[in-house]
Design a protein. Sequence first.
Length: 259
Amino acid sequence: MDMGIAGKRALVCAASKGLGRGCAEALAAEGVDLVINARGAEALEATANAIRSAHGVRVDTVAADITTEAGRADVLAACTQIDILVTNAGGPPPGLWSDWERDDFIKALDANMLTPIALMKALLPGMITRGWGRVVNITSGSVKAPIPQLGLSNSARAGLTGYVAGTSRQVAGKGVIINNLLPGIHDTDRAIALDTAQAKAGGMTLAQARAQREASIPAQRYGTAAEFGAACAFLCSQHAGFIVGQNLLLDGGAVNATL
Ligand code: NAP
């Protein structure tokens, strides 16, 4: 299926690795020019080179922390006429409900709620003026079913979800479509970090922790960044114009719910 977005320009945040990279690659495969971001310049440049040589699109890079005001200013300065925005950043650390103080919540809110909101606020006006835009926020399955050890993520991402529910309906009439993608467990560095924490907590090897988590998923495996990217490219496509303010769960069936 032709996604109809060749020649569009996308900003994909936190995209040197993992799910962000999967989204950047899938958009590039559709002929979308990219601005990609991550903090570490070396991995970012390596990813940009790989995407340029695989897909022949323009890829600009900005090494910056997207969760800071200064980092966002650097990234936005490199952006002209962005049609597609994919928001993403690292997830908050695991812990217990009783561990977190106000500053921990402020940090999580900054990274996983206020940063995507700031990026949308900066880029939606241009999309509205041009009459076309797509935004995909990478959130988490924790929005549908809370993950006990990820209370900071449960909280911050729920706040973003509420903002998107209201905002998406205010801009859809202008041709600007906002949706959220909710990853369950995917095979990325983040999954390895969470496996490692689970192995430590349960006195298991890393392989045992992974096998235990895989067994909890009806698909019996972790998702891949390529599968995730393909879903993102569809939500950014011409075909997604009637999908507004939705939360698409990509979790191999892990959340056991009818709706
Ligand atoms: P990942 O494999 O660890 O990749 C994270 C990417 O984001 C890297 O490119 C990293 O590069 C970049 N990054 C991290 N913090 C950043 C920041 N402050 N500013 C700019 N770039 C930043 O993680 P992932 O698995 O793709 O996860 C992406 C998001 O999905 C996270 O929020 C995670 O919590 C969420 N999620 C993941 C899963 C999963 O199973 N993988 C499940 C549910 C939710 P640098 O470190 O160089 O900045």
